[in-house]
Design a protein around this ligand. Structure first.
Ligand SMILES: C[S@@+](CC[C@H](N)C(=O)[O-])C[C@H]1O[C@@H](n2cnc3c(N)ncnc32)[C@H](O)[C@@H]1O
Length: 315
């Protein structure tokens, strides 16, 4: 069977691969969904544990990632790939006649290939267009946001999604500079940030600001919320879900949803008895989020901010 990782020019080192595979507890004849297949690093580890009866369904909203995986997977009949967003996963499963799966994986954020591609505009270290879309057919780009959104909205994005303390100053300078010349490149944004934040914190601020705009462009928090509201009924009993996030807001959404599903009742705490009748349906497998070891981080910088959470369907 050909492996999804056989195309090395689209390389991406999967984060916490052993831990992901362990927590998914893969059954050889099971059905698994990788909602963010990227270059297929995790998917290939899952697929290598499946028998001929097992099925892997891979999604990615980036058509380049799917094209890469299609080539790498061409010889494999138990792998089904779709170019689409993971919050729409039920429709892709349905097209295969599948309603429930044994395991789901989301590895959020962006792949090494995406960040290193100048034309995608994700990196403050490489000059490129202010794009930042995972799905290049979607209408909203970072350039549109940078040149059209008002100062308050820009400040909110940088503050709320980037947790950047200099948000107000950065928003102000973006608006000032775009009056002279539209912001069109990653270096326009980088220079604007560096004119406000100086010294040893500048690099972190750049990462935070770029991450904030990327999350806004792709509506990443809304997509994750939608998925979290829908996934349970598509997991089989004893099926497992594993989510890797790289941003505190994403991790908080996952943590709170898992807690809610493991607790069941959603009645206000001051009600003497439960009136909602909801029972716990998930068991949390990771009391604390799993993070990468120093040695993994030294080999793969992307691993430094990961938080992995896993849960199992119990009812
Ligand atoms: C961190 S990478 C995944 C890497 C993958 N686990 C591997 O081992 O190669 C995240 C991927 O999620 C994709 N992505 C982002 N938002 C998505 C969405 N809403 N639906 C599907 N894929 C998405 C990105 O295009 C990117 O390829």
């Amino acid at each position: 069977m050909s492996s999804v990782c056989s195309h090395l020019d689209y390389s991406h080192t999967p984060v916490l691969k052993k831990e992901v595979v362990h927590h998914l507890r893969i059954r050889p004849e099971g059905i698994y969904l990788d909602g963010t297949i990227g270059s297929g690093g995790h998917a290939s580890a899952i697929q290598s544990r499946l028998s001929e009866e097992g099925i892997l369904v891979g999604l990615d909203v980036d058509e380049e990632a799917i094209r890469h995986c299609r080539t790498a997977y061409s010889a494999s009949s138990n792998c089904h790939l779709f170019n689409g967003s993971y919050d729409n996963f039920p429709q892709y499963l349905l097209s295969l006649g599948v309603e429930q799966v044994d395991g789901m994986l989301l590895d959020l954020g962006l792949s090494s290939h995406q960040i290193e591609s100048p034309d995608r505009g994700f990196s403050h270290q490489i000059e490129g267009p202010l794009d930042m879309r995972f799905d290049v057919s979607s209408p909203l780009t970072a350039e549109e946001i940078m040149n059209r959104w008002d100062e308050d909205k820009l400040r909110d994005v940088i503050w709320k999604l980037g947790e950047e303390r200099q948000a107000a100053g950065i928003a102000r300078i973006i608006v000032k500079r775009r009056k002279l010349k539209p912001m069109t490149t990653t270096f326009d944004l980088r220079d604007a940030v560096l004119s406000v934040v100086i010294g040893r914190y500048a690099r972190k601020s750049l990462s935070r600001v770029f991450q904030a705009f990327r999350i806004a462009v792709n509506g990443e928090l809304d997509t994750l919320r939608d998925f979290l509201d829908r996934f349970v009924k598509h997991l089989r009993l004893e099926g497992r879900i594993v989510i890797l996030s790289y941003h505190s807001l994403e991790d908080r959404l996952v943590k709170n949803k898992f807690k809610e599903l493991a607790h069941g009742c959603v009645c206000p705490p001051d009600l003497p008895t439960c009136v909602c009748g909801r029972e716990p349906c998930m068991k949390i497998l990771t009391k604390r989020p799993i993070t990468s070891s120093e040695s993994e981080i030294s080999r793969n910088r992307r691993a430094r901010s990961v938080r992995m959470r896993a849960a199992e369907r119990i009812a």
